[in-house]
Write a protein that binds this ligand. Structure first.
Ligand code: Q46
Ligand code: ZN
Ligand code: ZN
Length: 329
């Protein structure tokens, strides 16, 4: 069998990318990943070279790799990590993030739910009797938005990769959720007091991000959030991975085929979504009487959650019970 060589320098390879029909040595694989991100930022007009960028980091491979790549590409990029209070998982993910920031001399903003608002994600799940991801996702969005607006950031970027986006698309198509399909775009413009949001990793897969971290000496938390167990998107990822084995490039074709050919069919829904608030309501927005963020009610959903979830007496113990019907993590 013919021995594979790096596409660029013809040296020994560290990775083969069957979906692109190429293989690379370490140096050229790193450049490949960085070029893919640079190309995505340019193609989707995500942000310019002078932008002040805030990356939402979790301590996982994708967000740390994204932070590293944007830094290497020369962007002015700070990190934001949120302490969710999910036991050992949260403390160790924050520690990985701190270590990474320190090793690169980067600015990390730390935001702790418990010390700032008096509750953790498990407290919120208990208080609302809903799956943890529901209040967790809402709290994270509220905090990303507030920190980005208050800190005058031009854009918030997240480490959603090709596998994540293809799995979310699969779920949205399986149920024909047109309002979600309309918003499934790697760029959401700033609107109604909400910051611009972009996903520069959409061309890169989970496997590529793991390899990138190893080659760049990035230590990251390998464990998934314990509350993600049973998440439907993990099942969709498995299905898509099976397709990818038989037909390399299937995920890319599915997701980019949607962006190139089908997403415009939902343009009306997208325009409509821009007229609504983050929760899809068309009620006019006014400042929340408690936090001042735009809201369709007198008190925003996050501040209502704070009222319900912040324990008034004894702290609620951290009890992790994954449920099968969880929404996207
Ligand atoms: S952290 Fe939060 Fe995710 Fe854990 S509780 Fe769900 S949403 S799964 S990225
Ligand atoms: Zn090479
Ligand atoms: Zn509020």
């Amino acid at each position: 069998m013919k021995k594979l060589r790096c596409k660029v320098c013809k040296g020994p390879i560290v990775i083969e990318l069957r979906q692109h029909n190429v293989a690379f040595c370490a140096e050229h694989f790193i450049s490949f990943c960085q070029n893919q991100v640079a190309r995505t930022i340019k193609k989707f007009w995500m942000f310019g070279p002078e932008a002040k960028v805030l990356v939402a980091v979790s301590g996982g491979k994708d967000s740390l790799a994204l932070w590293d790549i944007l830094n290497e590409l020369g962007y002015d990029v700070d990190g934001l990590v949120i302490g969710l209070g999910i036991g050992e998982y949260s403390s160790s993910s924050t520690q990985y993030t701190r270590d990474f920031a320190e090793s690169r001399g980067l600015n990390l903003i730390e935001y702790d739910l418990a010390s700032t608002h008096g509750f953790t994600v498990p407290d919120a799940a208990k208080a609302t009797s809903r799956v943890p991801c529901s209040s967790c996702g809402m709290s994270k969005r509220h905090i990303f938005d507030s920190v980005a607006i208050d800190g005058d950031y031009d854009v918030v970027v997240t480490g959603h990769n090709l596998d994540d986006e293809a799995a979310v698309l699969f779920g949205n198509v399986a149920r024909w959720q047109s309002e979600y399909l309309a918003r499934q775009h790697p760029v959401l413009p700033a609107q109604n007091g909400f910051p611009r949001k972009c996903k520069p990793l959409i061309r890169l897969s989970e496997r590529e991000m793991a390899a990138y971290c190893v080659l760049r000496n990035i230590d990251y938390i390998v464990e998934e959030c314990p509350m993600a167990a049973g998440n439907k998107h993990l099942e969709y990822k498995d299905l898509l991975n099976q397709m990818e084995v038989d037909s390399p490039g299937a995920k890319h074709a599915f997701y980019f085929g949607f962006l190139d050919r089908a997403s415009k069919l939902f343009a009306d829904d997208f325009e409509k979504s821009l007229q609504t608030n983050a929760h899809g309501s068309e009620e006019p927005l006014s400042p929340c009487t408690s936090c001042g963020r735009p809201s369709s009610n007198a008190v925003c959903a996050f501040c209502k959650l704070v009222e319900r979830a912040a324990p008034t007496s004894e702290p609620v113990s951290v009890e992790i019970t994954p449920r099968p019907d969880m929404i996207d993590g």
